[in-house]
Design a protein around this ligand. Sequence first.
Ligand code: F6R
Length: 259
Amino acid sequence: MEVITLQDDGQAVSLVARLLGDRVRSKPDIVLGLATGRTMERVYRELSRSDVCFSSCRTFNLDEYIGLDASDRNSYRHYMQHHFFSQVDIDPANTAVPDGNANDLKKAAENYELLIENAGGIDTQLLGIGVAGHIGFNEPLSSIMSRTRDKCLTPVTRAQNAGMFGGDATRVPKRALTMGVGTILDARELILLATGSAKAEIVAKAVEGPITSMVSASAIQLHPDCKVIVDEEAAAKLKGREYYDYVFNNEPVWEKYRR
Ligand code: F6R
């Protein structure tokens, strides 16, 4: 794992957008795993304004609320259409979001896993982190081996996401269909972005704490190629900062991104 701390959220967002752009340039038919949430909005904005060509990409989103139609403005399908898919040259047929409105959720989850497998697996998976420690919607006690399935959201997560539902946490769906922690760990590369002081404690737990199903994001420690990109506020509780900064400032692979 590498942890890169940048001065502010704008710089952290830009680095993630640059990394993703470079991945697409070097492999135009890349399979991307995508995330939603407030943090990612600006990543998609930067990518949309770039000259990156997404026409041969395939994408798989991490999660979707259960019971919301794709056309619902609070659904993650709608979010992706609005913030990204409609802004770039991606083929809509190559974009996948779990079907949270399926009659048979178990079947929908199995199909999603199969779809990822048939696409050759995910090359690069973008991740945010929730204050409850989730990646995707893998709430506390999600097995580290878990696959795509339906999951009950914690009150903490529903409160975190209330902003998209007029500030009313009771309007946030109680369940979601999400890639599992195991599904996420199968991606060939993980890039986790976290900004702001509200994420400082959970970022420290995920990066430096014990690997535990109580903090699903701690499973990223098991991944051989994981980059965590944070701003100063989100990095505030990390104990090993000095070394992480040293690596970023000295590893040749990061040279072009230091500027
Ligand atoms: C959403 C997702 C979540 C979010 C996380 C952070 O697809 O996978 O894990 O990334 O809840 O959300 P924000 O950025 O809104 O704080």
